[in-house]
Design a protein around this ligand. Structure first.
Ligand code: NAP
Length: 283
């Protein structure tokens, strides 16, 4: 089984997409996929991680599990760190013990969002939320415990079947108008594009930190307008300021990601991501 891929967090948006892509010999190069959702493997439990890894004897681990509730994390510090920091550390220790690579997924929220240009892999991190700080702690633990790591930072994920911003906006389409924040910019990313990028990356043996996000910059307002346009929805979309939507956790004003890493893996543009999403939604 040492050729198998162990996938954790298999029930989430990215986990489900990778399961489809890598399952049944798919893009996994004929490797068997051992997919474990939260009920089967809690990554915050070191003993559980060790025993799962001993049983599966994988040749590679991909961690798609995370505590993603950005606002809730502000009041649940221990919960956020258990999953986003201790979890990846546990997986890094277990993968290092076998001498196998670990793919771990992180976020644009490790940056402070005050940049005037897209963030690349070597820019300084400075998270401003518990979620961002816990994800950064996870990155650091992975780097410290297993040099054979791919840390993949991504952003603003959406998938046809997930709890995400784009599906929330589609749920608002029957309103008389929709107000959306227009002064926060990021890299909206279609999960299947990210999954393809991860598969490309993991066979490279070029370990390190990578930014994998759909190319270009958009605000939440831009993203909503693009989705409505592609879906043929005519509900008016009105721009509003962040100050009109106060949230418990501060959102980065500008957290667009770019890559200067090698191998240079560039995902399609964010508009292409929206088109692919709409095609999948209409199927
Ligand atoms: N979503 C975004 O916009 C976004 C942006 C930037 C980066 N990312 C990163 O991208 C990755 C994939 O995100 P996603 O959108 O696919 O997340 P998701 O849909 O929220 O999936 C995360 C999965 O992790 C599971 N999980 C939570 N705690 C766990 C634990 N202790 N042990 C095992 N599994 C656990 C969750 O299970 P339950 O549902 O049962 O809790 C869920 O199935 C994450 O690393 C995330 O931080 C996401």
């Amino acid at each position: 089984m040492d050729n198998a891929i162990l996938l954790t967090g298999a029930g989430g948006q990215l986990g489900r997409t990778l399961s489809q892509l890598l399952g049944d010999g798919g893009s996994g190069g004929g490797r068997q996929l051992v997919a474990r959702g939260r009920a089967a493997l809690d990554i915050s439990d070191l003993d559980a991680v060790r025993s799962c890894v001993e049983d599966a004897k994988p040749g590679l681990i991909i961690n798609a599990a995370a505590y993603n509730a950005v606002d809730a994390a502000e009041d649940d510090v221990e919960g956020a760190y258990a999953v986003n920091a201790r979890g990846p550390r546990n997986l890094a220790l277990a993968s290092a013990a076998l001498g196998i690579p670990l793919v771990h997924v992180s976020t644009d929220y490790v940056f402070d969002g005050r940049a005037e240009r897209p963030y690349h892999e070597y820019d300084l991190t400075a998270p401003r939320t518990i979620y961002g700080a816990s994800k950064l702690a996870g990155e650091q633990a992975v780097r410290a415990a297993n040099p054979r790591h791919f840390i993949v930072r991504t952003a603003w994920l959406y998938h046809p079947d997930g709890m995400n911003f784009v599906n929330t906006m589609l749920g608002f389409a029957d309103r008389s108008e929709v107000r959306v924040v227009s002064d926060q910019y990021g890299s909206p990313t279609f999960v299947p594009h990210l999954a393809q990028g991860i598969v490309e990356l993991m066979s490279s043996e070029a370990f390190g930190t990578f930014h994998l996000a759909n190319q270009g910059a958009a605000s939440w307002f831009d993203l909503t307008r693009a989705v409505y346009e592609e879906m043929g929805i005519e509900t008016p979309v009105l721009p509003v300021a962040t100050a009109d939507f106060p949230r418990p956790a501060e959102r980065p004003r500008y957290s667009v990601l770019t890559t200067i890493q090698q191998p240079r893996i560039e995902l399609p543009t964010w508009r292409e991501g929206v088109r692919a999403f709409v095609q999948a939604k209409k199927r």
